[in-house]
Ligand binder design. Structure first.
Ligand code: SF4
Length: 445
């Protein structure tokens, strides 16, 4: 049975020293009770209190770390079934498969392609997180050499997949002790891989399509190998989603510890579009790591975009600094466009202008990170707030004209804004995608 924040608080030193990163012991206790913090963050707890609390206060899903040569990837420790209940915490890891059956030049090209899978969207870089090296050659020495080469070339944390525990061991040795890959033993190699995971303190993936049988295995294993990842293996997509959903619900709602681990799934398909659709579905429904075998940028970016949307914190509007932005070194006759400081609104405008190579100024009005229509409905994007933003930005000093373009969705405020601000107000397109043709065809300074 889960402990309440007060029950945990009673066992803490209650000195409010802040070393755990929280202002008070009570705040820390509430986070532990919610499963969002581990007891290890308090260095002053007595061993007696720690052992009394540790089992009951452990997060319902374990946090797993996979360490690469230049950074680590963390997954798990999720606390809610639905994003809007709170937020999702550790984004699904997107891994790209590399077969060790490829030749040296093909491995090099694959690594270069993986390194290129980095995209800039709504002000954030979104990238793949892991490389998954698969021992399809059946040659342990080749597998070890490829794992080392992929680690060195991509610098990413690794997932090592093999049906041969000896090959996994050779690859782990080749990588060196600082690198801590996730071991994925397949086809009956689990028992032999357990020793390796235990001795090297590595995370280990347990594959079993039957959740009941899987929980029996993880319950026994977790004493020796606490960092486990679960995997349904090769199931049809609807079954994978069912598997992921049942495991998440059992861990979070029923406190089923044997299923309280992140899940790894494969979204491999000869058709990259189908692979991307499957991967995006798994990201939306509780996958901890998704393995793709495509390096098509258009396919991978769609999965990363889904992940970015799902793992943004719904409690914090994603916003840009409210100010006047200059895009493409605008002259004093280029247009001034007005939008809100909601990231998606601003970057939609920015990306259209940048892609069309149209210089312009964009005034992002402070609407507390809400979109144009939401802000207008909440009376945060109105003639007064826009006029204040225009005056504060001193846009007029940079312009020969006295014209401001507002989004077509708020055409209704154009007259009152003109009166309030003394600017000539033009009504632009409703969607950002219409901005380039609007500027080319309708804009006159
Ligand atoms: S580190 Fe421990 S004692 Fe200090 S504030 Fe946090 S919970 Fe309290």
């Amino acid at each position: 049975m889960a402990l309440t924040g007060l029950e945990i608080f009673k066992q803490l030193p209650r000195t409010n020293c802040k070393e755990c990163g929280f202002p008070t012991c009570l705040a820390f206790a509430m986070k532990v009770a919610a499963g969002q913090e581990g007891l290890d963050s308090c260095p002053h707890m007595t061993d007696q209190a720690r052992s009394a609390l540790s089992a009951a206060s452990a997060p319902p899903q374990r946090l797993i770390k996979i360490v690469g040569s230049q950074g680590e990837f963390s997954v798990g420790q999720e606390t809610v079934m639905f994003r809007h209940d709170e937020t999702f915490h550790n984004p699904t890891g997107v891994a790209i498969l590399v077969s060790d059956a490829l030749g040296d030049d093909e491995i090099k090209a694959r690594c270069e392609a993986i390194k290129g899978l980095s995209f800039h969207r709504v002000g954030t870089d979104i990238t793949v997180d892991l490389a998954a090296v698969q021992n399809t050659s059946g040659d342990a020495a080749k597998f070890a050499a490829v794992a080392k080469a992929v680690s060195e070339q991509t610098k990413l944390p690794l997932v090592l997949i093999s049906s041969d525990a000896a090959a996994l061991k050779q690859a782990v040795e080749a990588l060196g002790s600082a690198v801590k890959p996730l071991l994925v033993p397949t086809d009956g190699a689990l028992d032999s891989a357990v020793e390796l995971a235990k001795s090297q303190k590595l995370p280990l993936c347990v594959t079993n399509p039957d959740l009941e049988a899987l929980s029996g295995v993880t319950e026994k294993l977790s004493a020796d190998v606490p960092d486990l990842v679960i995997c349904p293996g090769d199931l049809p997509s609807p079954k994978v989603i069912e598997y992921l959903s049942i495991a998440r619900r059992a861990a979070l709602k029923k406190k089923c510890r044997p299923l309280g681990f992140p899940a790894l799934v494969y979204a491999t398909d000869s058709d990259p579009a189908k692979a991307a659709i499957r991967a995006s579905s798994y990201v939306a429904k509780y996958a901890g790591i998704v393995i793709l075998d495509t390096v098509e940028p258009w396919a991978v970016v769609s999965v990363l975009t889904t992940r970015q949307n799902i793992y943004t914190d719904p409690r914090k509007p994603v916003q840009v600094e409210p100010k006047l932005y200059e895009l493409g070194q605008p002259s004093d006759t280029d247009p001034l466009l007005i939008t809100t400081n909601f990231s998606l609104s601003y970057y939609s405008v920015e990306s259209e202008l940048t892609a069309a190579r149209l210089p312009a100024r964009v005034l992002a009005v402070d609407t507390e990170g809400t979109s144009v229509l939401t802000a207008w409905a909440a009376d945060k994007f109105n003639p007064e707030t826009i006029t204040k933003a225009l005056n504060d930005s001193q846009a007029q000093g940079a312009l020969k004209h006295h014209k401001a373009v507002i989004p077509g969705h708020v055409a209704v405020i154009s007259a009152s804004l003109a009166e309030e601000s003394n600017w000539e107000v033009l009504v632009g397109p409703k969607e950002a995608s219409g901005i380039p043709s609007y500027i080319k065809n309708d804009w006159k300074p």
